[in-house]
Write a protein that binds this ligand. Sequence first.
Ligand code: ZN
Length: 240
Amino acid sequence: MSLNVVKGILIKSVDYKESDKIITLLTFENGRVTAIAKGVRKKGAKLSYASQLLFCGDFELLQSHNRLILTGANSNIDLSGLSNNLKRYYFAAHYIDIAQSIIMEEQSEPSIMKLLLNTLYILSKGKIDEKLLTILYEYRMVMLNGFAPITTQCVICGNHGLDMKLSVEHGGVVCCSAGMTISKDTIKVIDIITTCSDKELFTLRVNEGVLKELYFTSRKYIEGVFDRQFTLAEQGLKYE
Ligand SMILES: [Zn+2]
């Protein structure tokens, strides 16, 4: 038997047996981790607080036979601002959905974890418009996975045309092929999002026109990169 402490966030919690829960964590050290939280559905259980969705902090896990058992937990980021605001909660679920499609078991992805937790924290405080935050998160996530769109010149012919479109298929801006309509200002912002420092990322602000283009393109782009659809739009959070 060995004891491990991992830092992360609880992203899934399913009832198990009479009073247990099976919890899924995204962690800095070991990627996606599944563990059993014993007896946490009993009234007054010591660890019930740590088996709640979006609990974020240090988890103490005991390896016993082939499974991990939650034996302790310590919260170090307060994300309670997400559970009591439905709109923010949907955005949080979307950010987690993206991260968990990237982070696998036994796979340490510290940059992705850091971006996820920073973004959730800012979302919980309500300091940045949710749509802008989503754009920053999505384009940054694409960048961290090595798919930042090329914005400096046409990906196909190398020209610096005036009328550029954004092509998911070609991985950047194009002048001589089909793509999404996008303004020069928006292209510049994508370039900043995918090259600036972590600290600068969340200080970025854009005007309404750019925001609209970014919100539309970032979803299409991330769906193209990961080859799947994300359901945020269906939850009533389409850009009006
Ligand atoms: Zn071209």
